[in-house]
Design a binder for this molecule. Structure first.
Ligand code: B12
Ligand code: SF4
Length: 500
């Protein structure tokens, strides 16, 4: 009885993606322990599937990947049920939520261990220790509750060489769920695959959940190895597009260009996430090569057009408002669509300042749109993450903001919207300010509907545009009910809520 069940709780409706988080964990124990995968995105009721495995009496270890938001809900329900029914099993959570919120998770009483950051070594090492009844206290990247009730975090491991990790067990995944199910139709292609080619990020933006885990470290697979995996999926299951889920795919110009050179003959479309200041330094020839190889659209955390706020966010020091605009304009020449995300509603000493910051960003976004109307804009409302030590986090705590203390609180409806970065619950934002941000977003999305909504045909786009343009020009954002109605009826897609 030492089999492992790996669970990817539901994170998206009808939007299947290769469950890379648990697939990496499966790779780490493949050949050593028997494992199965249950994907909550593919199951109507995953508990039925989980129960069918549990009732064999062969499973002892449960590995759940958990990000905040709706995924947390299913993770809690499943963990609780399993622990109640099978108290001798070991429940292990990994991923961004438990790594950043260990206390709420471990004090819940139904999670035994957290893998803090990468689990490629830590997970098999923990299972080995538990199997052999050996101490686990020296395993790196581990968080657990000691016998005296104290939460213990072990030291962090250096990032592993990504090229030496075991291969991802795609063929075995295919025995649980056909891989073709994960290759969805998106604006990039008919069969879009998700791939994660690097871990961490070399920057320390003070609002970002990646920072406390990776502490400004980044490690990537070589372009050749990324290409090999992509080619395997393409040849075997027909993928024609790639979504790179790396936090920061374009850290290395050399690697990006090398990948572009390799992938070009495959005729695939691809997308990834980047920083404006990093990519601004890319040579024209590199940007051209990236576009010619099939990269149509790149996601950038623009965050703010206000240099003081960029500094407050510790955006790395080299990004400026002017650069954001110039770069949007530069990308026009290469026919690459910049997808810029902005974070509105950061704290300031007075309410007037908070309000004027929001107004400034709204004007700034309109300027970006004026220089490159194809720029996709994603608007988030600032939701703090516990980046202890950062100036921004100190400001947040000083303002009276507190994270929930229990897991149940995290899945209350208000905190779920917080996770979706829609309702920030931050003391410095008044309901009027939040309305202004949301209403501007509605009007903006009306004038410029996202290209990523593949169900919205030309006629519908024109109708929404017509209704919204007058408001946009006159800066009249209040009560945009007519636009909201159309967006509701046509189920307008919002990347900021649904993920990309
Ligand atoms: C793909 C993805 C999604 C997909 C769903 C993925 C799925 N499982 O089906 C979609 C698009 C649906 C999504 C949605 C959201 N996401 Co998301 N998502 C990601 C993304 C880009 C990649 C995750 C991934 O596959 N990583 C690849 C694997 C290999 O890396 P990993 O998860 O870190 O796994 C390693 C370790 O963490 C650990 N580990 C992870 N899981 C487990 C499990 C076990 C058992 C063990 C032992 C170890 C372990 O070991 C792994 C290997 O070393 C991450 C960012 C990122 N680059 O990771 C954001 C990210 C996790 N998402 C995030 C958020 C906030 C969301 C949303 C809640 C909000 C939003 N607006 O995006 C929405 C929720 C929407 C909804 N309706 O549910 C944040 C979490 C931030 C935080 N505060 O914790 C991230 C970090 C993005 C970011 N930088 O802000 N997301
Ligand atoms: S560049 Fe992006 S991923 Fe890196 S720390 Fe900043 S926000 Fe996070």
């Amino acid at each position: 009885m030492n089999k492992i069940l790996l669970f990817n709780p539901r994170s998206a409706n009808n939007k299947y993606r290769i469950p890379n988080s648990i697939l990496n964990i499966a790779a780490s124990v493949d050949g050593k322990y028997d494992w199965v995968i249950v994907d909550g995105n593919c199951e109507h009721d995953p508990m039925v599937k989980i129960d069918s495995y549990l009732s064999t009496g062969e499973f002892k270890y449960f590995g759940f990947t958990v990000m905040p938001g709706p995924q947390l809900r299913q993770a809690i329900i499943a963990s609780k049920t399993i622990k109640q029914k099978y108290p001798d099993t070991k429940m292990i959570w990994g991923g961004y939520f438990p790594s950043n919120q260990p206390n709420a998770v471990l004090y819940s009483g139904y999670v035994d261990f957290i893998i803090n950051g990468p689990g490629d070594h830590a997970f098999p090492a923990l299972i080995d220790a538990l199997e052999k009844n050996e101490p686990y206290e020296f395993i790196r990247n581990l968080i657990y509750k000691a016998t005296d009730g104290k939460i213990i975090k072990t030291a962090k491991e250096d990032l592993l060489d990504q090229d030496n990790l075991p291969p991802l067990p795609y063929d075995k995944l295919n025995t649980f769920y056909p891989i073709t199910k994960f290759l969805g139709k998106t604006y990039l292609g008919e069969k879009t695959m998700a791939y994660h080619s690097s871990i961490g990020c070399p920057f320390t933006c003070s609002f970002c959940a990646v920072v406390p885990i990776y502490e400004a470290r980044w490690k990537a697979k070589s372009a050749q190895n990324v290409y090999n995996d992509v080619k395997y999926i393409k040849d075997k299951w027909g993928a024609d597009a790639i979504e790179f889920h790396d936090n920061n795919f374009f850290v290395s110009e050399k690697r990006a260009v090398e990948f572009a050179r390799l992938i070009k003959p495959e005729n695939m479309t691809w997308w990834g996430m980047a920083r404006i200041d990093t990519m601004s330094k890319f040579k024209d020839s590199s940007l051209a090569a990236i576009r010619e190889s099939g990269c149509k659209i790149i996601f950038f955390g623009a965050e703010s057009g206000n240099n003081a706020i960029l500094e407050q966010m510790d955006k790395g020091g080299t990004q400026t408002g002017d650069q954001i605009i110039e770069f949007a304009e530069r990308l026009k020449k290469f026919d690459i669509i910049p997808e810029y995300s902005f974070v509105l509603g950061t704290p300031a000493p007075t309410q007037e300042q908070v309000q004027s910051q929001i107004d400034f960003e709204i004007d700034f976004i309109k300027k970006v749109k004026a220089v490159n109307p194809k720029t996709e804009i994603v608007i988030y409302t600032y939701s703090p993450v516990p980046t202890e030590g950062s100036e921004l986090f100190k400001q947040v705590i000083k303002s009276g903001f507190r994270f929930p203390e229990t897991l149940e609180d995290w899945i209350s409806p208000t905190w779920e919207s917080f996770d979706l970065r829609k309702n920030p619950l931050t003391p410095w934002l008044t309901p009027d300010m939040i309305d202004k941000i949301r209403n501007f977003e509605t009007v903006l999305n009306g004038v410029y509907p996202t290209v990523t909504d593949i169900r919205l045909n030309m006629l519908k786009r024109m109708a929404i545009k017509l209704v919204a343009t007058m408001r946009y020009k006159a800066s009249m954002y209040q009560y945009p009910y007519e636009i909201k109605l159309l967006q509701k009826v046509w189920r307008y897609r919002q990347p900021e809520i649904q993920g990309f």
